[in-house]
Design a binder for this molecule. Structure first.
Ligand code: M6R
Length: 612
């Protein structure tokens, strides 16, 4: 996730771009840059770090009279956060620049081909490929060249292009990454999101996938990327205020992030798997097949929600790659006498990449000779810098303190990693991997289809249960970690005491707690432990407990046992963690809301725990 702004009109360009970027900073903030036409050329200024660094770097250019330009605030996916990797990126001449949000999946072969054709690359980004590709097709018409270049591109993009030879216009295009155009008298804007436009206009056009726009001060043309036909798009009037707009109309970042999960999951597996052939591609893991085959142990190392993702990963890795897996709380791991060596693989999992305990654990594992492949959301963070390789989750910045989309993206990354290990070790064949990848491919759509219904259920549940002060979450097998995660979500944002338990452990203690004052949230997929789970529900019921179940739609038996049932679709058992997690996030959110809690910034908590 990155932020793009573009402007063509009559205002001085720098204040418009900087103001727009500030409003989009929530989309990424590891580096930023702007470009504008000047004296027959394009001037480009970029800086690593937050926007204020760019602002300082622009001090000498304040007097520019240009009223056309592009800006970008970056959340790195390919290439570290450095000035060289900051957007805008340019072609060989430096006279054509591109800003981009998304992931170009085939950037590597394109880059190799363009290099062979004589293009010189100056960054590690996928985006730079776009600039050179457009340059390759450019004669005298930028619009035509962009149309042609995009035919070679696979992946997701929202992009803005500026060329010194046609300095009165910008080109925008979109496929699977957001881009909105703003219209006002003799001026046009483009932006990744509405907040950047609101100070200037409320009249917008949302670009759809496969569309390209030509923006000039007094005109706007939108065409189909397929056949170049001019499209007649509806202008919409935005009714949000600036605060609402930053959260895309959602009340809280947490809710927005819950709703972003279909995209976050998709972006995390995009370009890394071939469901038809059953292949997983993770070039970021530079371990030879020999090393992978010699592994004697995998350690998943994390804190909090990331630890829960690790607990799920253990089941997948053990089952598919046939490797013993330990899942370690980093704060405990770092003080143990560890049995690790060069045949072990340690996988630190961290959204932020800065969690102090996880980092300390990583360093110890490394010293003992273990290979380190991290799973992380923040490119260039300390954990990624100290790892031998990183499988990035592409969830975009997560602002809400309660981790939501980062968790399901971590699940996605671990799912792929587990299959990758199985592929390299030969413990699953391609047809078996293919089935699992096809299942994952469907998850974003399934989640998207259900979000609204789950949200409605969560809000009804909250109405009834928000005054309770204790909850027990029960799950078995893959749903045990999800029970832990559901309980953690509830306690951290609503301050309600909630415990997650392996359902089979109930009769070893927690069953004593069950009464009418402690609702039990039971996770009951139709898997190989279904009957056991139903027995647990019966046990709760017979002790006059209140059962809130999450179960497969049409499960009438479970429905009868439940005071309230949230229905989920039936998916392959290994995919249940994705499906069962999201309703629980929404339940926690709605209960916290009903209790008047500060959902995005719960008391006593920090987004990133960088101290012990
Ligand atoms: O950035 P990390 O993933 O390393 O953070 C780990 C935990 O601090 C984090 O998951 C925390 O538990 C969240 N607040 C949970 O919602």
């Amino acid at each position: 996730m990155c932020g793009i702004v573009g402007y063509v009109g009559h205002r001085r360009i720098l204040p418009v771009l900087l103001d727009g970027l500030k409003r989009l900073e929530y989309r990424g903030y590891d580096s930023a840059g702007v470009a504008w036409p000047e004296n027959g050329d394009v001037k480009r200024v970029r800086a690593k770090g937050k926007l204020n660094v760019l602002e300082d770097a622009l001090e000498d250019f304040r007097s520019t009279k240009s009223s056309v330009g592009l800006g970008h605030t970056r959340w790195a996916t390919h290439g570290r956060p450095t000035e060289e990797n900051a957007h805008p990126h340019c072609d060989c001449t430096g006279r054509l620049v591109v800003v981009h949000n998304g992931i170009i999946e085939n950037y590597f072969p394109l880059r190799e081909q363009l290099k062979e054709e004589g293009h010189t690359f100056r960054s590690d980004t996928d985006t730079e490929v776009l600039a050179h590709l457009i340059e390759k097709y450019l004669e005298d018409d930028l619009e035509k060249a962009v149309m042609r270049a995009l035919k070679d591109v696979e992946g997701a993009y929202a992009l803005g292009v500026l060329w010194a030879e046609q300095p009165e216009m910008l080109i925008a295009a979109r496929k699977q990454s957001p881009l909105v155009l703003g219209l006002s008298e003799n001026e046009c804007f483009m932006a990744s999101d509405i907040p950047a436009l609101l100070p200037y206009t409320k009249r917008v056009i949302f670009l759809d996938d496969g569309e390209l726009a030509v923006l000039k001060a007094g005109s706007l043309k939108i065409v189909s990327l397929d056949d170049g036909k001019i499209l007649d798009k509806e202008v919409q009037e935005i009714k949000w205020d600036a605060g609402m707009a930053e959260k895309a109309g959602y009340k809280h970042f947490m809710l927005k992030e819950i709703y972003e999960q279909p995209d976050a999951i998709l972006n995390t597996f995009r370009g890394r798997m071939e469901p038809e052939t059953g292949k997983v591609e993770l070039p970021e893991i530079e371990l030879s097949t020999d090393v992978i085959r010699r592994l004697n142990k995998v350690v998943l190392l994390a804190c909090g929600t990331s630890w829960h993702a690790g607990l799920v990963g253990k089941y997948w890795i053990e089952k598919w790659a046939r490797l013993p897996v330990e899942v370690e709380l980093a704060s405990e791991f770092r003080y143990r006498d560890l049995l690790l060596d060069e045949n072990s693989l340690t996988i630190p999992i961290s959204q932020s990449g800065e969690t102090a305990d996880t980092l300390a654990g990583l360093r110890i594992a490394k010293e003992l000779g273990s290979s380190i492949i991290s799973i992380c959301n923040v490119v260039g963070s300390t954990i990624t810098r100290e790892s031998d390789g990183t499988v990035y989750t592409h969830a975009g910045p997560e602002i809400g303190v309660a981790s939501t989309k980062a968790f399901t993206s971590q699940l996605t990354a671990i799912y792929l990693l587990a299959l990758y290990l199985a592929q390299q070790r030969g413990t699953l064949d391609h047809s078996q991997i293919s089935v699992k990848l096809k299942g994952l491919l469907d998850i974003p759509r399934i989640v998207q289809d259900r979000l609204k219904a789950w949200h409605n259920d969560a809000s009804s549940l909250a109405d009834e249960f928000y005054t309770y002060s204790d909850f027990l979450y029960l799950g078995r097998h893959l749903q045990f970690p999800i029970a832990l995660e559901g309980a953690l979500k509830l306690k951290e944002i609503s301050y309600i005491h909630a415990e997650g338990y392996a359902a089979g452990e109930m009769k070893h203690g927690p069953i004593a707690l069950i009464d009418r004052n402690m609702p039990v949230v039971a996770l009951v997929p139709q898997d190989h432990v279904y009957e056991k789970m139903v027995s647990n529900v019966e046990e709760v019921k017979s002790r006059r407990g209140i059962v809130i179940s999450v179960g497969v739609e049409g499960d009438e038996g479970l429905q009868r046992l439940s005071h309230f049932m949230v229905s989920v679709p039936k998916v392959a058992p290994e995919l249940n963690p994705f499906i069962f997690t999201i309703p629980l996030q929404l339940v926690a959110y709605e209960i916290a809301l009903a209790r008047g809690c500060d959902v995005d910034q719960p008391r006593n908590l920090a987004k990133s725990v960088t101290v012990e």
